[in-house]
Design a protein around this ligand. Structure first.
Ligand code: L34
Length: 290
């Protein structure tokens, strides 16, 4: 069993981007984060993205709003960012409060600044296999992990468990894409799938992105499969200082011995999400310089 090291692979990608940023002349690439409320996970993820950006020489700004922010205020702020030539990338951290439509907010971000790849134009471009698409960072990171770990996707059965806009759907689109990093036979499974275990057992590549701790058990995994665990779930753990620990959607200890390769949580897909965001920000910058 090979452990796919997302920390090491993301580090290599970040070093590539850092070198490219260092060679730029003029004002640096700049990304603006928008965070609504104080959800501790969002505070942590956005903080991490800002820290990594700074390390790479990418400028980042953070705008926060209270949970009570109105739709009009939020959309108005995005319009300002869209119109600001000094802002190359815009990222509105999810989740947003229930009274605000994430879809409307994501669709308001200018497609060329949509470094998350969540707006309809970029999802459409991805569906059309248009290379100008900004691709959602987590699924883009999954493809990089597979590629840099020498995992062949062409002709293989890939099962994606989860159908979200952020991970499941774009991951499936990338895996099925007519490309060297795609060409898989893809199944999207989800919470309503009949006999999920039997569907998962067909997978040569299993992507677990459903957000339920330990859902994928050993009986659901084919011997020799490659397992990508996208889940980031907090479970109570009195032995930890914070009172919890982070686990994936895969019962790692039981599943790992059956795998050809598997990603850990933490240290698997998570750091790749951040690395791909930096990559998208650099592309957005280059596109807007052109
Ligand atoms: N708009 N909202 C928007 N874009 C995104 O791409 C995200 N996501 C998800 C939540 N909301 C978003 C993220 O950034 C999840 N996510 C994210 C980012 C980073 C990490 C995990 C999820 C990460 O760095 N994980 C590390 C540390 C985990 C920990 O200790 O909590 C890891 O090793 O997995």
């Amino acid at each position: 069993m090979e452990l796919i090291d997302g920390n090491a692979i993301s580090r290599a990608i970040l070093d590539e981007i850092k070198a490219e940023v260092a060679a730029l002349s003029g004002p640096p690439p700049s990304v603006t984060f928008v965070r609504v409320g104080e959800d501790p996970a969002s505070v942590f993820y956005v903080g991490k993205k800002q820290k990594v950006a700074a390390e790479l020489g990418i400028e980042s700004r953070l705008q926060t709003f209270p949970e009570s922010v109105t739709r009009e205020e939020l959309l108005g702020f995005i319009d300002q960012l869209n119109a600001d030539p000094g802002v190359h990338g815009i990222l509105v951290q999810a989740p947003l409060p229930d009274h605000i439509s994430e879809r409307e907010v994501f669709n308001r971000v200018h497609p060329d600044k949509d470094v998350d790849g969540f707006n309809a134009t970029n999802v459409g471009r991805l569906c059309q296999e248009d290379p100008s698409a900004f691709v959602s960072c987590t699924p883009a990171g999954i493809i990089e992990l597979l590629q840099r770990s020498g995992v062949e996707t062409s002709g293989k059965n890939a099962v994606v468990v989860g159908r979200s806009l952020i991970v499941g759907k774009p991951a499936a689109l990338l895996l099925v894409m007519k490309a060297a990093t795609g060409n898989a036979t893809v199944t999207i499974a989800h919470s309503r799938t009949d006999d999920l275990a039997a569907v998962c057992r067909q997978a040569d590549i299993l992507v677990a992105a459903i957000g339920r701790a330990g859902l994928i058990t050993a009986d659901m995994v084919k011997e020799g499969a490659v397992v990508i665990d996208v889940g980031i779930n907090r479970v109570d753990d009195a032995t930890k200082k914070k009172g919890y620990r982070i686990v994936g959607d895969v019962d790692f200890d039981a599943v790992a011995p059956k795998c050809r390769a598997i990603t850990p949580v933490p240290g698997g897909v998570g750091p790749m999400t951040v690395a791909m965001l930096m990559k998208n920000t650099l592309s957005a910058y280059k596109r807007q310089q052109a």
